[in-house]
Design a protein around this ligand. Structure first.
Ligand code: NAD
Length: 352
């Protein structure tokens, strides 16, 4: 028997296809009448759909959300928000646009409604990573947690296959690490296993047919479940490594998660045997780390840090940074062990 504490985060989830049609009533439900719409040019079609539904409730727009939530971008959006006296934030986009909404909510306590277009899962966590002077700091607060999330499967149909794969593996990583987190509990375990099983089943179908709505729906549901895991329990080695690599070497967020995940699992496997057995079961393979690697390879990767543009000479520094501050992880972290993990990830070796 293990002891546990479970705290749920109060978010309202609206899930389905065509759910964008409910956005105006969801904004009214929040008691709001003056929306600032946040987006990026790459989701212009989805933003136009939201604009149609919200009509004159939109008082201002900002389409400059960027990766890693730089504070200067947040300050520019804050000026727009204040100039138009917005009373609500509606964000349509991936984790970067959600990050901007969260950064604004942290500074104003305004309610947020998020329409995700990737599988990052940030929309259901009370956590924000923002960048200033080249450093990414993580903040957690109830004000950061979005009040309402409207998942519309149609908004993910245009996500290119490569980004869909890496984004969905990013979601699987939240679920994998939740299963060996110190705060693990039965509710989060069930969500994590469902997220892994749904993703393992849907990803091959999506790669075969990118407009497969059922596969897209399964991946979006998995993203919600996995994001809920991320927001509820602490993450370990895998997330710390990806955070370090992304911040220090400017590697793409979801692609880095995709390369590192099988190797972080292999590193932790000897100290997290029960979790690995359950993950293998959800993946439908005999061994979790090599099974995850084979799944990613079959989806077209990426499988190596080399192909993401990282220099081999940077591996020792990455290993030192990754073990510089201690954090909970099933297996003890050593600079040598992490350097060997990173060497395997750089080469793209299959874990054995
Ligand atoms: P992203 O939001 O940066 O999107 C990646 C690219 O895809 C962008 O160019 C974006 O404009 C484009 N895009 C998004 N949706 C699209 C669509 N449907 N069709 C076509 N193009 C589309 O990437 P992401 O992986 O979703 O998010 C990464 C960011 O989110 C990172 O900064 C990461 O730290 C953060 N994040 C935070 C949390 C948290 O809980 N705080 C969780 C996960 C990720």
């Amino acid at each position: 028997m293990r002891n546990f504490v479970y705290t749920s985060h109060p978010s309202r989830i609206v899930f389905g296809t065509g759910t964008v049609g409910q956005v105006r009533e969801e904004v009214e439900r929040l008691g709001c009448f003056r929306v600032l719409l946040l987006s990026t040019p790459s989701v212009a079609k989805a933003a136009a759909r939201v604009r149609d539904v919200l009509g004159d409730v939109i008082v201002a727009e900002f389409d400059g959300a960027t990766m890693h939530t730089p504070v200067d971008v947040t300050e520019r959006a804050l000026d727009v928000l204040r100039e138009h006296s917005a009373d609500c934030l509606v964000a349509v986009g991936g984790g970067s646009t959600t990050g901007l909404a969260k950064a604004l909510a942290l500074r104003t306590d305004l309610p947020q409604l998020i329409l995700p277009t990737t599988y990052a899962g940030s929309e259901v966590t009370p956590v924000l990573g923002e960048t200033q002077d080249g450093r990414k700091n993580t903040v957690a607060s109830p004000a950061i947690l979005p009040e309402t999330v409207v998942y519309d499967v149609e908004f993910t149909l245009g996500l290119p296959v490569g980004l869909s794969v890496t984004s969905a593996v990013n979601a699987m990583a939240h679920a994998v690490e939740a299963l060996y987190a110190p705060q693990a509990n039965p509710v989060i375990d069930a969500m994590a296993l469902d997220a892994i099983a749904l993703s393992a089943r849907a990803l091959p179908a999506l790669v075969a047919e990118p407009s497969d709505t059922e596969a897209r729906a399964d991946l979006l549901r998995a993203a919600w479940l996995a994001g809920t895991c991320l927001g509820s329990v602490g993450m370990g080695l895998h997330h710390k490594l990806c955070h370090t690599l992304g911040g220090a070497f400017d590697l793409a967020h979801a692609a880095t998660h995709t390369v590192i995940l099988p190797h972080a699992m292999a590193y932790n496997a000897p100290a997290a045997r029960y979790a690995m057995t359950r993950i293998a079961g959800a993946l439908g393979v005999p061994d979790a780390p090599s099974g995850m690697f084979d799944l990613i390879t079959s989806l077209g990767g990426p499988t190596s840090l080399r192909e993401l543009g990282m220099a081999e000479a940077d591996l020792p520094q990455a290993a030192r940074l990754a073990v510089a501050t201690p954090y909970p992880n099933p297996r003890e972290l050593t600079a040598g062990g992490i350097e060997s993990l990173l060497g395997d990830a750089w080469q793209g070796r299959r874990p054995t």
